[in-house]
Unconditional design. Sequence first.
Length: 78
Amino acid sequence: MATITMEPATEITANETEIKQAMGVLGLGSMVDDLLDEIELDRELAISIAQADRGEKMSLEEAEKIVEQKFASGYYDR
């Protein structure tokens, strides 16, 4: 029986300017902000999952404080 081996995926990264240019060329310039937000959320989720896997935890009070600070600074506004 043959064994199938998978090659590791090569990570390709692009910066914000490259993404904006590519989206503009594709005629999707109006969706750039949404895409960049999605990329940032995916990055933050990956960090959170890695922290949870390592057993790193945060108290509810600390999490609430961080979210309140982000709301106050306009982090979630567009």
